[in-house]
Design a protein around this ligand. Structure first.
Ligand code: GSH
Length: 211
């Protein structure tokens, strides 16, 4: 398998799950700022021009974090990255992944750049302001929901946590307020050996608490 990723992007989530799975895989780093995701050779793999992209050994292409993470979890059951099919716990993990992908991620997007959304400085500043407010509400919800728990599902790590760490990284970079429970959970994730390895590859070692 080969994962196409870019440093600090949402592909961090799929990357963590791959590393946690124990699978053998290669990676290829893309520089999104330089527009490598829009080069013809990459668009031929993933017409969406986004990361992550997972290329399977038979050449098939899989995109979208929740699909990639679910596929890796299901094909590496020994790693226990998602609860068993048919359980309420699995539904809870998928509920979290879907929320992250469809809402939290989408609402964070305008903080990175507003020019794709609207023209004009004043309008762009408004979009950014609104996106920060909305994302802060999502962060407050993370904090509430993680209260009293180490991970999304309680004491057991799952793919849902890998996605949550992406937002911890983004929120830290953009100065959003990170509640005590959210921070505690992110720090527990950053202690995991596989997470540490991937965080290092992404150049995000500053996320780890000072020791
Ligand atoms: N829904 C996709 C989102 C992928 C996505 O938006 N990736 C961003 C990085 S976080 C990207 O590749 N952006 C490059 C661009 O839009 O040019 C998923 O969950 O995988």
């Amino acid at each position: 398998m080969k994962l196409y990723f870019s440093n600090g992007s949402c592909s961090l989530a799929s990357h963590i799950v791959l590393e946690e799975s124990g699978a053998k895989y290669e990676t290829q780093r893309l520089n999104l700022r330089e527009g490598e995701q829009r080069k013809p050779e990459y668009l031929a793999l993933n017409f969406k021009g986004k990361v992550p992209t997972l290329q399977l050994d038979d050449g098939q292409i899989l995109t979208e974090n929740p699909a990639i993470m679910t596929y890796i979890a299901d094909t590496h059951p020994q790693a226990k990255l998602l609860p068993a099919v048919g359980t309420m716990e699995r539904a809870r993990a998928l509920e979290w992944l879907a929320w992250c992908a469809s809402t939290v991620h989408a609402q964070f997007g305008p903080i990175f750049g507003q020019a794709r959304i609207v023209d004009g400085e004043a309008a762009q500043a408004n979009v950014k302001h609104k996106a920060i407010e909305t994302s802060q509400a999502n962060f407050d919800a993370f904090d509430r929901l993680l209260g009293g728990k180490r991970y999304v599902l309680g004491e057991t790590f799952s793919a849902a946590d890998a996605y949550t760490l992406v937002f911890f990284a983004w929120g830290t970079a953009f100065g959003l307020k990170i509640g005590e429970h959210f921070r505690h959970s992110a720090h527990a994730l950053l202690e995991r050996p596989a997470v540490k390895r991937v965080v290092e590859v992404h150049g995000l070692t500053k996320l780890a608490p000072a020791t």
